[in-house]
Ligand binder design. Sequence first.
Ligand SMILES: CC(C)(COP(=O)(O)OP(=O)(O)OC[C@H]1O[C@@H](n2cnc3c(N)ncnc32)[C@H](O)[C@@H]1OP(=O)(O)O)[C@@H](O)C(=O)NCCC(=O)NCCS
Length: 166
Amino acid sequence: MSAVPQSRIQYQTMRETDVAAVIAIEDRIYEFPWTRGNFLDSLRAGYTCWVCHDGQTLVGYAVLMHAADEVQLLNLSVAAAQQRRRHGARMLEFLVDNARARKAVTMLLEVRPSNTAGRQLYANAGFRQLGVRRDYYPAATGREDALVLALDLWSKAGSMSRRLDL
Ligand SMILES: CC(C)(COP(=O)(O)OP(=O)(O)OC[C@H]1O[C@@H](n2cnc3c(N)ncnc32)[C@H](O)[C@@H]1OP(=O)(O)O)[C@@H](O)C(=O)NCCC(=O)NCCS
């Protein structure tokens, strides 16, 4: 699959009118998808919700919760037909930049041990495992653990730009 030119990619704040298209993707890519209510609650709670367009279609979306200097990445998804074109990696980069701009210090997330794509994506971005939440997710047979991952947003070059901002 070839990568979509970055010039065509746009990130916009998710609106309630986007939720139907978001759900159409969500239902297709997760065995246990978020509901329409989960997305509407996130929007109404003031969580940071993004949609990513390639000029023609919705390719992905993300939901984050900022609390003090932490940001939790609650949902990062790419439409089935758009996967493996670097949208996920670029969206994550955008979210990290945005979290830094908001002066967050750490990005946290949970991922299923069975989610090879997600784990690899986060490992490539520098996330490290903090711990395990036992039986966190529903699974086809019983429950599945969650790996808790964290990214120090100010390691490497970022620490210098933050010091200069103060
Ligand atoms: C995880 C997800 C967001 C990745 O998005 P994507 O656009 O397909 O990923 P990218 O093309 O940007 O790939 C980035 C890296 O992720 C890893 N990756 C992506 N898909 C993968 C797959 N199917 N198997 C193994 N690794 C994969 C690779 O390391 C890849 O880098 P590489 O191509 O240089 O090897 C996407 O697969 C998705 O939406 N999955 C379902 C929802 C989900 O699991 N979200 C994360 C929940 S925590």
